[in-house]
Design a protein around this ligand. Structure first.
Ligand code: BJW
Length: 235
């Protein structure tokens, strides 16, 4: 087996599904309940801010009722125990905080976070818990101009330079619980392959970019991820 020092892990909605958070594109998922162009684009927000703020308030409230599952805990353990062996970066497309509640400390939220607000007046970001539909004032400039600090279609995901730098150095790229339908995250596997990394997907079903992975393990994240973490720590 080849030497693995640097690992990049990309997670998506599937890792939080067993905690009770809806995915986007599965049957019954969020995009069957809401039109994506209405709730996840800057244009939708400009047209109907109340609808969008209400959508994210509802998801923020739901977050308070769920717990991290064995997949989140296993990645928290891996991050802790990988230690001196090399670098490990968890990049999540998820806006929930279940990785952190599962013990991971250095998670990069490329699509933002539900419990963060962005002020459209002063452009400050701040931790936020509560209801944005109530139009609370920005804690910095007091303007009632907060929006969810999340990345909508057409907006630039966060910390792309840092992600690509980690991918360039990666010996192993692992994708967990994502459909591979949304770019740029869906392209990371090809970037990692181009840079010589081994690629592994852990997903309920084959993702759209499944053929780019050296290996696909299919099943629920809550079962697959703890087993894979045991395996990688035992190397
Ligand atoms: C389980 C499971 C279990 C279930 N266990 N698994 C053509 C080519 C390239 C790009 C584009 C293009 N046309 C348009 C674009 C750009 C666009 C895009 O990708 N569009 C596509 C629809 C084609 N992308 C953008 O606009 C992005 N910005 C951008 O590109 O900027 C320019 C740029 C240029 C160059 C470099 C960098 C940037 C922004 C995308 C923002 C996405 N935002 C959202 C909403 C965030 C806030 C929120 O949460 O509301 O992000 S949309 C939504 O999709 C959310 C997710 O993070 C994202 C991905 O979804 P995910 O996580 O994969 O969930 P699902 O539901 O799709 O899949 C779940 C998977 O889990 C499934 O496979 C299940 O089987 C599995 N699963 N249970 C394991 N128990």
């Amino acid at each position: 087996m080849e030497d693995i020092r640097n690992i990049v892990i990309l997670t998506g909605a599937g890792i939080s599904a067993e905690s009770g958070i809806d995915t986007f594109r599965d049957a019954g998922g969020l995009w069957e309940q809401h039109r994506v162009e209405d709730v996840a684009t800057p244009e939708g927000f400009a047209r109907d801010p109340d609808l969008v703020l209400g959508f994210y308030d509802m998801r923020r409230e739901a977050l308070a009722r769920v717990e991290p599952n064995p997949a989140h805990h296993a990645l928290g353990r891996l991050e802790r125990e990988w230690g001196e062996r090399g670098n490990l970066l968890i990049v999540t497309q998820n806006v929930d905080d279940l990785h952190e509640r599962g013990g991971a400390k250095g998670v990069l939220h490329m699509h933002g976070e539900l419990k963060s607000a962005l002020c459209l007046a002063c452009e400050m970001r701040c931790p936020f818990d509560g209801a944005m539909s109530d139009r609370p004032p920005c804690p910095v400039c007091q303007a009632p101009s907060l929006r969810p600090d999340v990345v909508w279609f057409g907006e630039m995901p966060y910390q792309m330079e840092r992600i690509y730098a980690a991918i360039r150095k990666a010996d192993l790229f692992v994708s967990i619980g994502t459909s591979g339908a949304v770019y740029p995250a869906a392209g990371f596997v090809r970037d990692a392959l181009d840079c010589g990394a081994r690629t592994l997907e852990l997903n309920l079903e084959r993702s759209e970019g499944s053929h780019w992975f050296h290996e696909s393990r299919l099943g629920p994240a809550g079962e697959l991820v703890p087993l894979w973490v045991e395996e990688v720590l035992a190397r």
